[in-house]
Design a protein around this ligand. Structure first.
Ligand code: SF4
Ligand code: SF4
Length: 438
């Protein structure tokens, strides 16, 4: 990516802070929890090795060489190293800042610059454009084009990454969630809370059923729900890809939208978005107009499992006689430290059997767009994950993140298995519905 004559160094803008780098005492306790270290066995693909590289560039002993860039981007940003680290190293934040330095200084080939501009600047920040793209994809699926393309094996002509994207494309719903509901949805009396729902971009377009389930469960538990119009993508993909300035613009827009109503909590049901929404305060810390407002916003953000598990669920819930394997999304468990709450909620459904899964805390290889940028590592992680899930003999797999749902669905499909993969809130909504209360 860079020429040998002008290898770039970190600049002073949002430099990875020295105190965060030196918090690592090189004990190595995180190594066994790091998926890339376990797979590749190389020190520079471990958390400790990556921190060492960031430190070396920060101290001017190393430039941002192609090898440095590769080790930074091979990281899944799963943050399993953070939960394993006794010294409290904030690895996710260090990695985000290091990647922003890379994107500012290391030139990319023209086609990558074009693709990133299209995706990060011209598509994701604009809900209307995302919706139009979905209409095209829906036409592709519904008008028989997809069937024809697959039958004629035309996909073989596409690059591997596009083939993978096509294979993972879920059935595109007719309407985004936000177009099918009024802005305010009433609580089942007695009303206990007023909450806002963060509808996001991909969730809103591809998983309106999960939002519907979320709203039904919230309503059943005494929440009046506000689906704020004009909210935009949270910016998590941007910040993980080093596009911090666009991520800040999206954060400011969302803060302005959610400031319009006073609510008790801003609920989200996608772990990747939730983890990022909770860091708006940090992202906008240097913005005099937004720093305090961003902290206020982030303090209100709660994952649906986190919010509901604070008190016992309101009944009645009908029995669901199913073996459920719960798989932890990394950005729920490691970034938000929410592991017990979804399990506690599922255990409240009568007759539902929660079955243990080996390495449930280990990344499935989805990691945002990692499954597209690093398909081989992602595939190996997926195969391990599917083997562990299948060994648990579940009727259904539950996980609380859109990327993980898509990745695990693709894994089940590859393995020729018909085990459904759903969001935990979908199971709760089914139990309420069957009891006539959802
Ligand atoms: S974030 Fe995940 S992949 Fe990256 S260093 Fe930490 S444990 Fe390894
Ligand atoms: S990141 Fe934490 S666990 Fe890993 S080597 Fe550094 S101090 Fe030890």
């Amino acid at each position: 990516m860079a020429t040998a004559t002008a290898l770039p160094m970190f600049d002073e803008r949002e430099r990875p802070p020295r105190e965060k780098i030196t918090a690592c005492v090189h004990c190595g306790l995180c190594l066994d929890k790091c998926p890339t270290y376990r797979l590749l066995g190389t020190e520079m693909d471990s958390p400790r090795g990556r921190i060492y590289l960031i430190k070396a560039v920060s101290e001017g002993r190393l430039a941002m060489t192609p090898s440095f860039v590769e080790h930074m981007y091979l990281c899944l940003e799963c943050r399993a190293c953070e939960t394993a680290c006794p010294s409290g190293v904030e690895f996710g934040s260090l990695m985000e800042l290091a990647r922003a330095q890379i994107e500012r200084h290391v030139p990319r080939p023209w086609w990558q610059r074009l693709l990133r501009w299209l995706v990060f600047d011209e598509l994701f920040p604009y809900p209307w454009r995302m919706e139009q793209l979905c209409h095209l994809l829906r036409g592709y699926q519904r008008l028989g084009v997809q069937t024809l393309v697959r039958r004629l094996r035309l996909l073989a002509l596409l690059p591997a990454r596009l083939r993978r994207m096509e294979a993972m494309l879920p059935p595109v719903p007719k309407r985004p969630f936000t177009r099918s509901v009024p802005p305010w949805l009433p609580a089942r009396p007695p009303r206990q809370h007023r909450v806002a729902l963060f509808s996001g971009c991909v969730m809103n377009l591809f998983f309106p059923d999960v939002h519907e389930a979320t709203v039904r469960v919230l309503q059943a538990n005494g929440c009046e729900v506000w689906v704020a119009p004009q909210q935009v993508c949270c910016g998590a993909l941007h910040v993980h890809a080093g596009e911090r300035e666009q991520a800040k613009r999206l954060a400011r827009r969302n803060i302005l939208v959610f400031e319009r109503q006073e609510v008790d909590a801003i609920i989200n049901n996608a772990a990747g978005c939730g983890a990022h929404l909770k860091t708006y305060g940090e992202l906008l810390a240097d913005d005099p107009d937004f720093a305090e407002r961003a902290h206020h916003f982030s303090a209100k953000v709660q994952d649906i499992a986190e919010f509901l598990a604070r008190t016992p669920l309101r009944g009645p819930l009908a029995p669901l006689r199913q073996r459920v394997a719960y798989d932890d999304p990394c950005h729920l468990l490691h970034a938000q430290r929410i592991g017990e709450q979804p399990r506690r909620l599922l255990r409240q459904i009568p007759e539902l059997e929660l079955v243990p899964v080996t390495d449930a805390d280990f990344c499935c290889g989805a990691a945002g767009i990692y499954n597209l940028t690093h398909p081989e590592v992602s595939q190996r992680l997926l195969e391990q994950k599917i083997a562990h899930l299948v060994a648990a003999k579940p009727d259904v797999v539950a996980t609380g993140n859109v990327g993980c749902i898509l990745q695990l669905q693709a894994g089940m499909q590859q393995a020729g298995l018909a085990i459904p993969v759903v969001h935990p809130v979908t199971l709760l909504a089914r139990a309420y519905e069957a009891a006539g209360t959802g």
